[in-house]
Design a binder for this molecule. Structure first.
Ligand SMILES: C[S@@+](CC[C@H](N)C(=O)[O-])C[C@H]1O[C@@H](n2cnc3c(N)ncnc32)[C@H](O)[C@@H]1O
Length: 258
């Protein structure tokens, strides 16, 4: 990945690590339940959680795995995850720092790789998926969740602008067809995929990334002035003075290595 993108990620997440540990949207949800159900149905002895953030997915998988490696580019995030998981008594989790595009693990060393709410930060998703393929054993599974790209180009460009103003390390989210092409090109076979909706409370969502009051006001003005159909695509709720919430779609995918 480019140094500039790595710096953006580390700047954004380094200062927000504690907020990601306590974030209710990351701690639980239908998406995490579904990933874990896939993990239970597969053999999940050795699990790698790529871009672990506050460690919520690693923690969930620690309850079913023999060993979990929690992996992240941002050292302060990894430290926060370590504190979080130690406090929760998860003794079978190791912590390793690095980039998703260059995994420092031997070929075939994991049964399952998880990656939740993170791939939209990767400078090169194709490279990350190729690395995930390499470290999976034959028959192993990638269990992935991320924000789903919108099929409508205007709606997609609108949400990308909202996301980037809130978090400059956001690169972009991908549509189902794009995900399937990345996975197929890497040699992974999509076994199951579906879409769920996830609601975002505006104050919590903007606050977690430490937006200044001024940047937040400008973003709210941008949202208010956007075409109604773009706001409607994400179910934005506004009052006369503020933005209350919106809802985005998440893709969940299970892809296996032959
Ligand atoms: C929203 S958090 C992840 C949430 C977490 N997976 C969970 O389930 O709660 C996004 C994380 O991606 C990490 N990240 C972003 N780009 C990365 C990359 N190229 N390689 C590894 N980690 C990366 C960030 O440091 C951050 O901790």
């Amino acid at each position: 990945m480019s140094d500039a993108q790595a710096r953006r990620v580390q700047q954004q997440f380094g200062g927000s690590a504690a907020a990601y540990v306590t974030s209710p949207l990351h701690a639980a949800g239908e998406d995490l339940d579904r990933l874990l159900a896939w993990g239970v149905a597969r053999r999940s002895d050795r699990v790698l959680d790529v871009a672990t953030g506050g460690g919520h997915t690693a923690l969930a998988f620690a309850s079913i795995a023999r060993r979990v490696v929690a992996y992240d580019l941002t050292e302060p995030m990894l430290q926060a995850a370590r504190g979080h998981l130690q406090a929760r008594g998860a003794a079978n989790v190791g912590f390793v720092a690095g980039d998703a595009g260059a995994l420092p693990f031997r070929d075939g060393s994991f049964d399952v790789v998880t990656c939740r709410t993170a791939a939209h930060h990767f400078a090169d998703v194709g490279a990350a998926v190729r690395e995930i393929y390499r470290v999976l054993r034959p028959g192993g599974s990638l269990l992935l969740q991320d924000i789903l790209g919108h099929d409508d180009s205007e709606a997609s460009a609108f949400l990308l602008e909202v996301e980037k103003r809130r978090d400059p390390s956001h690169v972009r989210s991908y549509r189902t067809v794009e995900w399937k092409a990345f996975l197929r090109a890497a040699g992974l076979t999509v076994m199951e995929d579906f879409v769920i909706w996830k609601a975002r409370e505006w104050d919590e969502w903007t606050g977690r990334m430490r937006m200044s009051a001024e940047a937040r006001r400008e973003l709210e003005t941008f949202v208010r002035r956007a075409p109604e159909r773009c706001r409607a695509a994400f179910d934005f709720t506004l009052t006369r003075d503020t933005v209350v919430s919106f809802t985005d779609r998440q893709i969940l995918l299970r892809a296996d290595r032959d």
